[in-house]
Design a protein around this ligand. Structure first.
Ligand code: ADP
Ligand code: MG
Ligand code: ZN
Length: 442
């Protein structure tokens, strides 16, 4: 099966190989078609192919649910360019085109391979009969639910219409379902399985642990000169002293615009070209900075967390947090932008108790504001505080940093093998904590 799948991958998509063993395993499981499948892989890992390739190879039609018309349009265009018959039925579609599609779907052997719809469409009474008809004629190969975390209130992107998909499943008996997301936490996974009525699904989840990332924590206020310290870290991470033409680049995350400007200025003054990126810049300037960084003209981008979403750069050699991240989940995501190419990369947090107090205050203030608007408390409010506390513990604990992250996401303890400061030198971590506590009680 492997050889024929690879041949199909090449013929239809022009790829020589699967992106990863995981991607290949998912495709095989979907093609087998006897079980529901759950896929959790990070953005950019190639989740779409996990249903697109099986869809091309199947007899019938694959129904794909995706939350946004814009996302759907991109995918449909991409597939059409590859000569794969795909289309979308949505509220914006002219009546004529819609009629053509419905005629094809109603014919004895439809040409269409992938049909994309939004969850709103699922509930539309005009479309229901068409689906039921396809199903009874055995022409629905798969139901793929992309961005499946949208069913969960725990996710960052809850969409009430996604809750209708459970009902859809009941109306399409015998059609295997494939749920895909990049959002890992166990409570979200559980919601997905429940809402989509996945029956003992095969689960394919990218492990949380990434052995090429080296994590450490430095207490910023104990440093004689924090900027010089950061500069040394940048130089080492990018191997600037090794005389090599620096290939890699890095990101420094700060909480405020002012901090971005200051850090960028200080690094540049010390001899590493760094530029600030934040919402205070004109849109054009922001794009320019991002562009220069993508091209390697600027080695270090000093940014607020507005930077990075959808940025897929392979050779990011370090991610430094000048200020504490607001939760361990966001820290994992932000620091995880390092080392996408699999090469050793560094993730460092510059911890400061003052930062912690400020952030703690801001988070509680934000929750208070939300509760006032809503008139009640919510479990997700508590989660924001728990997740922040997990971030603080990550910095303050005498424990393997990788183990702390894996445990937070419900994964088993990984074999760190010296890929964090604690595992490399527990005494130094203890000494730093003791010094910090001595300073704070003085
Ligand atoms: P995700 O949905 O997981 O964020 P996508 O499905 O959008 O990722 O894919 C990300 C990119 O990876 C796309 O440009 C896609 O064409 C590419 N891709 C997917 N599979 C492969 C592969 N086997 N080889 C090379 N590129 C691939
Ligand atoms: Mg995707
Ligand atoms: Zn460790």
């Amino acid at each position: 099966m492997t050889t024929s799948l690879k041949a199909a991958l090449k013929t239809h998509f022009g790829f020589e190989n699967f992106r990863s063993k995981l991607q290949e395993d998912v495709v095989k499981a979907v093609v087998r078609g006897d079980r529901d499948v759950f896929v959790c892989m990070p953005t950019g890992a190639g989740k779409s192919l996990c249903y697109q390739l099986p869809a091309v190879l199947a007899e019938g039609i694959t129904l794909v649910i995706s939350p946004l018309i814009a996302l759907i349009q991109d995918q449909v265009d991409h597939l059409k360019n590859l000569n794969i018959p795909a289309c979308s039925i949505n509220s914006k579609l002219p009546a004529g085109e819609r009629r053509l599609i419905l005629a094809d779907l109603g014919s004895s052997s439809p040409k269409l391979k992938l049909l994309y719809i939004t969850p709103e469409m699922v509930a539309s009474p005009s479309f229901q009969p068409c689906l039921t008809d396809l199903c009874t004629r055995g022409l629905l190969s798969y139901l793929a639910v992309d961005e499946a975390h949208c069913v969960s209130q725990w996710g960052h992107d809850f969409r009430p219409d996604y809750l209708k998909l459970g009902g859809l499943r009941t109306r399409l008996p015998g059609v295997p379902c494939l749920a895909l997301t990049a959002t890992a936490p166990k409570n979200v996974q559980k919601d997905i399985a429940q809402s989509l009525k996945l029956s003992s699904p095969l689960s394919f989840v990218t492990p949380v642990f990434r052995s090429n990332l080296h994590y450490d924590v430095i207490f910023r206020e104990m440093l004689p000169n924090p900027y010089v310290h950061l500069h040394a870290f940048v130089k080492k991470s990018l191997a600037l002293d090794a005389g090599s033409n620096a290939q890699g680049c890095g990101i420094v995350y700060c909480r405020t615009r002012e901090a971005c400007e200051t850090v960028a200025y200080q690094l540049t003054k010390l001899g590493v070209l760094a530029k600030a990126y934040h919402a205070g810049l004109k849109a054009g300037d922001r794009t320019e900075v991002q562009h220069e960084w993508m091209q390697g003209k600027v080695l270090v981008i000093v940014a607020t967390i507005s930077f990075g979403m959808g940025v897929d750069k392979a050779n990011v050699r370090f991610v430094a947090h000048w200020n504490l991240a607001k939760s361990l989940a966001s820290y994992y995501q932000e620091s995880g932008r390092a080392g996408r190419d699999g090469l050793p990369s560094s993730c460092r947090t510059y911890y400061s108790p003052k930062d912690k107090e400020q952030l703690n205050f801001l988070i509680r203030q934000e929750i208070g504001r939300r509760q006032e608007k809503r008139g009640s408390a919510k479990e997700t409010d508590k989660a924001a505080i728990t997740d922040f506390e997990a971030m603080v513990s990550f910095c303050m604990q005498e424990a393997c940093r990788h183990a702390t992250i894996s445990k937070f996401f419900g994964d088993k303890t990984p074999n760190c093998a010296g890929a964090c400061d604690y595992c490399r030198n527990p005494k130094a971590v203890r000494a730093q904590l003791e010094k910090a506590s001595a300073l704070s009680t003085r």
